[in-house]
Design a protein around this ligand. Structure first.
Ligand SMILES: *Cc1c(COP(=O)(O)O)cnc(C)c1O
Length: 399
């Protein structure tokens, strides 16, 4: 039997749009790549990006900085985290999230996820009571948005400050409100594998005067903070500037130029991701051995990746299934492995965290969860072929 094979790489992005390339070349020709190197009266690309992204989010302030993880780190500090304080976070996330908590001097306290890959609300409430944490860093991991009405109510009830990791929800919303606007701070990544691509980069958004002033100074503004794109009153800086350290992590004009030119196409690209996501979902839905997450009506997600479970596979079958799909060109990632691999790691491999935490529900869900990137270089027809291969390989084992 001749089995169909898929031939495109799962890590190939679309090219940077021509408009962005042209703008980047202009910045290179100017020689003024540093964000504070401006001509008289000039508003640099980094400052303009801050204005554009704040407007896109419908928020007052945006800070462009060096990475998503960096934005998470200074968000916690700007929101007032004290050394050694506990910070809640969902256990299914990527390593930069506990890393940012640690970097900010906090102590990660992990919370279980449920079968929808979102934080488990009952466990979250328990952990809010037990840990007395004043901060919750909610990672919208793989674009799954938890019930934000319930989350904001819990945060209010326990006086917890919410910080959102929107690395996978840029362009997404909940009940018509953009992901990243529910908490005190929203943090975004513009690293190559996310929804805007500048190689590396981060964006932080907030409506809070003091948070943005502190974040700007932390990011390495020196006393040039007035050159930022979205600013609170100068008096806010006067109050905090001398007791806020410089943690050098700026965005430069070259990357900002590339991002600014991509921003007008973001919503269109989100729709293209969803077309592909839905095509794959439709192909997998008919297989009774495959469990797909339910996506509530209130969630407007961006389907830049898809997760599914095959609960009936045992440990040995998991590895064989991944290998069989890989042999047919379909690259699946597995978050259940005891050893971290590539970008993927399970929470218990972050050994700098207190080892007393055991999260059996999260481990059980991840043990049979598979994860697949959806680059925009794949066509909608490609998704049907990928779906057919997964479907066949599941049936070979369980059919
Ligand atoms: C990529 C990512 C980050 C960090 O972004 P960087 O820009 O790579 O630092 C944080 N959280 C999640 C869930 C991510 O995928």
């Amino acid at each position: 039997m001749n089995k169909a094979v898929f031939g495109k790489p799962f890590t190939q992005q679309e090219p940077i749009p021509e408009a962005a390339i042209e703008r980047a070349v202009e910045v290179l020709r100017s020689g003024r790549l540093h964000r504070y190197n401006l001509l008289q009266g000039e508003i640099g690309e980094a400052a303009q990006l801050e204005q554009d992204y704040a407007a896109y989010m419908g928020q007052r302030y945006c800070l462009a900085c060096s990475s998503g993880g960096y934005a998470l780190h200074i968000a916690l500090r700007a929101a007032g985290l004290k050394p050694g304080e506990p910070v809640l976070s969902n256990a299914f996330t990527l390593a930069p999230v506990p890393g940012a908590i640690d970097n900010a001097g906090g102590r990660p306290v992990l919370v279980e996820i449920g079968p929808d890959y979102c934080v488990d609300l009952a466990h979250l409430e328990q952990m809010m009571q037990r840990s007395k944490a004043r901060f919750f860093m909610l990672s919208h991991m793989r674009g799954h948005i938890a019930d934000m009405d319930a989350i904001t109510a819990l945060c209010q009830k326990y006086s917890v400050t919410l910080i959102e990791d929107c690395a996978h929800t840029m362009g997404a919303s909940w009940s018509g409100r953009k992901s990243g606007t529910f908490g005190k701070v929203g943090c975004f990544s513009t690293q190559t594998y996310k929804h805007l691509n500048s190689g590396e980069g981060g964006l932080l958004t907030t409506d809070d005067d003091e948070v943005i002033a502190r974040a700007i100074i932390y990011s390495g503004s020196y006393m040039l903070y007035q050159r930022h794109g979205t600013l609170p009153d100068a008096r806010v800086f006067d109050e905090i500037k001398l007791d806020t350290p410089n943690y050098s992590g700026r965005m430069d004009n070259l990357r900002a130029a590339i991002l600014r030119a991509q921003l007008p196409g973001l919503d269109r690209n989100c729709a293209r991701w969803n077309e592909r996501y839905r095509a794959l979902e439709a192909r997998l839905r008919d297989n009774p051995h495959i469990q797909l997450p339910l996506r509530p009506d209130r969630e407007s997600y961006v389907g830049s990746s898809l997760q599914f479970r095959v609960e009936q596979l045992d440990q040995g079958q998991v590895a064989a299934f991944i290998a069989a799909c890989a042999a047919r060109g379909v690259e699946l990632k597995w978050f259940g492995g005891a050893e971290p691999q590539g970008f993927t790691s399970r929470y218990d491999s972050w050994r700098y965290i207190e080892k007393t935490q055991h999260l059996p529900q999260t481990l059980e869900i991840l043990a049979t969860t598979f994860d697949l990137r959806i680059p925009l270089t794949f066509s909608v027809e490609d998704m049907a072929l990928i779906g057919a291969i997964i479907d066949e390989e599941v049936e070979t084992r369980l059919g």
